[in-house]
Design a protein around this ligand. Structure first.
Ligand SMILES: C[S@@+](CC[C@H](N)C(=O)[O-])C[C@H]1O[C@@H](n2cnc3c(N)ncnc32)[C@H](O)[C@@H]1O
Length: 217
């Protein structure tokens, strides 16, 4: 497997361990077809959006980590939220910017090429009402305690943190071939919201917290 830094520029990468490229750069053009618009991708995202709408409010300023093709940033922006959406993949960000342009919400979205490991340094001095990361971007990060220390400086007291992380046994292919089973299970999940398992069939977990009064580190 190739280990390489994505091309965010040397300044941004200083002090950041090499990103495990894992094909995200190559995936960008077909990510929405392969995941976002599949039955599993859209069912999961609907559940995440329902949670986000309870947590983030119009006119807030939110930091997104690992925004990919910008599906969530555009959704939040359409709801009147300002989003600084970051990713380490220039190709993902190019798709995201074009999506925001087509949706007419470039003014509320600010897409920046920043590895998660560098947000503390690059965005130093900025303040956000909350931070969000969807569908496993945080699974790519080795040192979550250092990220947590960075966020304690970037997010205001009592600001919300919403992370969707992946487990080990994601059965997307099977459920994409069984849309009726998926629809039935999704309806059950929607009735049973409130647990950290985003959907029991998907092995994704939604972690929600608030920034406490004492910054770490
Ligand atoms: C599975 S995709 C999820 C994308 C998006 N959040 C979504 O909901 O569709 C993971 C994303 O994390 C990004 N990523 C992986 N490692 C990263 C890192 N260390 N810093 C920033 N972004 C990273 C990838 O480029 C990719 O866009």
């Amino acid at each position: 497997m190739e280990i390489a830094r994505l091309d965010c520029g040397d300044d941004v990468y200083s002090g950041v361990p090499p990103l495990n490229r894992s094909g995200f750069e190559e995936l960008a053009e077909r990510y929405d077809t392969d995941f976002t618009t599949t039955p599993v991708g859209s069912a999961l995202r609907r559940i995440v959006w329902a949670r986000l709408e309870n947590v983030f409010q119009p006119s807030q300023r939110i930091l997104e980590l690992g925004c990919g093709t910008g599906e969530d940033a555009v959704r939040l922006a359409r709801g009147g939220i300002d989003v600084v959406a970051t990713d380490a993949s220039p190709a993902m960000l190019a798709v995201a910017r074009e999506k925001a342009r087509r949706a007419g919400c470039l003014e509320r979205t600010d897409f920046q090429c920043i590895p998660i490991e560098a947000v503390g340094r690059v965005l130093q001095g900025q303040r956000f009402d909350g931070v969000f990361s969807n569908f496993g971007a945080l699974n790519c990060v080795r040192d979550l305690s250092s990220l947590s220390a960075d966020l304690s400086h970037l997010v205001r007291v009592n600001g919300a943190l919403v992370w969707v992380v992946m487990g080990r046994s994601y059965a997307a292919d099977w459920f994409n071939r069984s849309p009726r089973t998926l629809a039935a299970l999704t309806r059950l999940e929607e009735l049973a919201q409130g647990s950290s398992a985003l959907a029991s069939w998907s092995d994704h977990y939604l972690l929600e917290a608030r920034r406490s009064a004492t910054p770490a580190g």
